[in-house]
Design a protein around this ligand. Structure first.
Ligand code: NAD
Ligand code: IPM
Ligand code: MN
Length: 357
């Protein structure tokens, strides 16, 4: 029997609500495929910060380093500044464990309404490959002349050859495995005159090694417009840390709701644990109401199973939520239904339990 140790960090707000449903569905899939999970819970959160002045203990990263994977809900809540909570927990995990790819699928599912007119499943089905360790997210910079009329804030961006190339390489290799074999690069080399022309150069260089993959590139501004008007153009979209972040809220919104969007923070070499979490945040506006959509967490669980090599169990989890959406009215309010987080989670777990293998 395969056994995995998973570090569970529910975090803040709805992270704590959707995590229960993610675990519930993975338990069912695990039981059907002879997989045992050891769920080790860590209460790292803004609440912990308020008690201890830290988002996680000083040796927190060591505590989770030997786990097979990290399953995270969401981090950040009013009361603790976002740059403090995120740079105290989520971002250190991504960086310390060299999770340099953030893989975010965007897929219109059967039974789900897209806010885009006349779009059906199959027409929106692509991956965003987001560089996850450097780029616009950097600690280099600072403030000068605080509180005066001359006040300045400076924020540097870091694009290393190694960091850019490994993200591009991942995107091309992913495209090679897909039917359309197409990579789109998100750029802004008309306005950002150092880093983005460099990104373009590396993209063109990398493309030469993959003659079977077709390419195009768009500046980020018009690319957001194409996501809305022409989502069927995309197969694999590769972008820097910030561009990938923005595109990965827009893409899922075009497929109905950000509440279903999953993500995998990957260390592809598997030298360190990878982390699986929904794309969405802690949603303070609905936290505590029990109405958060759990699919983002559940689908992230499927990506975790894939990463662990449990591909049959991963497909079972995906088929379970696809079936509930396609064949029932059960869904949370963000998808036009009136189910609670738990009711939706139970329906998906039951679907996973009944599904023919
Ligand atoms: P958010 O994703 O938390 O919420 C944006 C909107 O989407 C809200 O109206 C919310 O109700 C809705 N929403 C999000 N997830 C949903 C779900 N599962 N079901 C139904 N509706 C859902 O973004 P925000 O408001 O910008 O951020 C809130 C906090 O979360 C901030 O502290 C932010 O920094 C943090 N955050 C964390 C992560 C993460 O942990 N990876 C990601 C994004 C934001
Ligand atoms: C995400 C989030 C984070 C990011 C924030 C909370 C730091 O928006 O995972 O998409 O920008 O990476
Ligand atoms: Mn984001």
């Amino acid at each position: 029997m395969a056994k995995y140790r998973i570090a569970v960090i529910p975090g803040d707000g709805i992270g704590k609500e959707v995590m229960d449903e993610g675990i519930r569905v993975l338990e069912v899939a695990g039981a059907r495929y002879g997989i045992e999970f050891q769920w080790d819970h860590f209460d790292w959160s803004c609440e912990l910060y308020k008690q201890t002045g830290r988002m996680m203990p000083e040796d927190g990263l060591d505590q989770i380093a030997d786990h097979d994977a990290i399953f995270l809900g969401a981090v950040g809540f009013p009361g603790v500044p976002d740059h403090v909570s995120l740079w105290g927990l989520l971002i250190p995990i991504r960086r310390h464990f060299r999770q340099y790819i953030n893989l975010r699928p965007v897929r219109l599912l059967h039974g789900v309404f897209s806010p885009l007119a006349n779009r059906s499943p199959g027409e929106i089905d692509f991956y965003i490959v987001r560089e996850n360790n450097e780029g616009e997210y950097s600690e280099i910079g600072g403030r000068l002349y605080a509180g005066t009329d001359e006040e300045v804030a400076v924020q540097e961006s870091i694009f290393t050859r190694k960091g850019v190339d490994r993200a591009l390489k991942y995107a091309f290799e992913l495209a090679q495995q897909r039917h359309r074999k197409h990579v789109t690069s998100a750029t802004k080399s008309n306005g950002i005159i150092h880093t983005m022309p460099y990104w373009d150069e590396r993209f063109e260089e990398m493309a030469k090694a993959y003659p079977d993959v077709t390419t195009d590139k768009f500046h980020i501004d018009i690319l957001t417009a194409h996501f809305v008007r022409n989502p069927d153009w995309f197969d694999v979209v590769v972008g820097s840390n910030l561009f990938g972040d923005i595109l990965s809220d827009l893409g899922p919104a075009a497929t109905g709701t950000i509440g279903i969007a999953p993500s995998a923070n990957l260390n592809p070499e598997k030298e360190y644990p990878s982390m699986f979490e929904p794309v969405h945040g802690s949603a303070p506006d609905i936290a505590g109401k029990g109405i958060a959509n759990p699919i983002g967490q559940i689908w992230s669980g499927a990506m975790m199973l894939d990463h662990l090599g449990e591909t049959d169990a991963a497909r079972l989890v995906e088929r379970a939520f696809e079936t509930v959406l396609a064949e029932s009215e059960v869904r949370t309010p963000d998808m036009g239904g009136n189910a609670t987080t738990q009711e939706f989670g139970y329906a998906i777990a039951e679907s996973a339990a009944r599904m023919s293998l």
